[in-house]
Design a protein around this ligand. Structure first.
Ligand code: MN
Ligand code: MN
Length: 269
């Protein structure tokens, strides 16, 4: 059983700015910079030298979302045969093929989704495959049993309707108390880094004030790691835009979230 880390350098469906395709390289560079050690806050060692995970490299992806979907899903599905897959995006479109791959191997997925945005549009700018639509596609296709969102603060009337239609459980940035709801079974964690406040994560395309703290998101991961009857089968960290970053602060945040997710996923495989 091995955890794979897969780079998904894709940002062709970003609606506002491109840039997240450069994030896998930036996260890896800070991860291996020597600035931090390989222990998680809960005490798990995630040094790749001890074989706790393998870097599966970066995908080579075309701009076409239809073709990119197939390449991402097929590669991730192959890696799922070995164990959990943690992907580095990329814009949030990539979560749709990544969850499709996880669903080929795991029933009854619960998705825990950190984001400023619900990403539930039926379509945006005429596109059904877009970084603002992945969870509409995922829920329509029944790829997950539950979708639980944290940090939401931009829902439109249409997206509130979609929330109701799909039975999405929403913990808004204004209301969330930092607790992990009752969750068990197979869990997929997707962290859109713009769910954090821009003060904590300046290197994103969409600065949406009023967001979560770094500690809020780490707390979510740690509660998952400690909870019995939870198995993290997949995760992704998306929407980091290195072109907007300051001194690699957000890339380093991505590296820290990756280490903590590796530790959590390695506890109950
Ligand atoms: Mn998103
Ligand atoms: Mn977002």
């Amino acid at each position: 059983m091995t955890i794979s880390v897969l780079g998904v350098p894709y940002d062709a469906t970003s609606s506002f700015l491109r840039g997240p395709a450069a994030a896998p390289e930036a996260i890896r560079r800070t991860l291996h910079s020597g600035s931090a050690n390989w222990f998680t806050e809960l005490g798990d060692e995630v040094d790749p030298a001890n074989g706790s995970w393998v870097d599966a490299g970066d995908l080579d992806l075309p701009d076409s979302p239809e073709f990119a979907f197939v390449k991402i899903r097929e590669r991730a599905a192959a890696l799922h045969a070995d164990g959990p897959v943690i992907a580095l995006g990329g814009d949030h479109f990539v979560t749709y093929p990544l969850v499709a791959a996880a669903a080929q191997h795991h029933d009854d997925l619960t998705i825990l989704h950190v984001d400023a945005h619900p990403d539930l549009y039926d379509e945006l700018d005429g596109q059904r495959l877009n970084h603002a639509t992945p969870f509409a596609r995922i829920m329509e296709e029944g790829l997950a049993r539950r979708l639980v969102q944290f940090g939401i603060r931009t829902a439109t009337t249409h997206q509130r309707d979609q929330t109701e239609r799909f039975g999405v459980e929403v913990h808004t940035a204004a209301e969330w108390d930092g607790g992990l709801p009752d969750v068990s079974g197979n869990v997929y964690v997707t962290i859109d880094v713009d769910g954090l406040d821009p003060a904590f994560a300046p290197g994103v395309s969409h600065h949406e004030p009023g967001g979560l703290t770094t500690r809020d998101v780490l707390g979510l991961i740690h509660q998952l790691a400690r909870r019995e009857h939870v198995r993290i089968v997949g995760a992704d960290i998306v929407e980091i835009n290195p072109e907007r970053d300051i001194h690699d602060m957000t890339a380093m945040l991505g590296a820290k979230l990756l280490r903590e997710l590796l530790g959590a996923a390695g506890r109950r495989r």
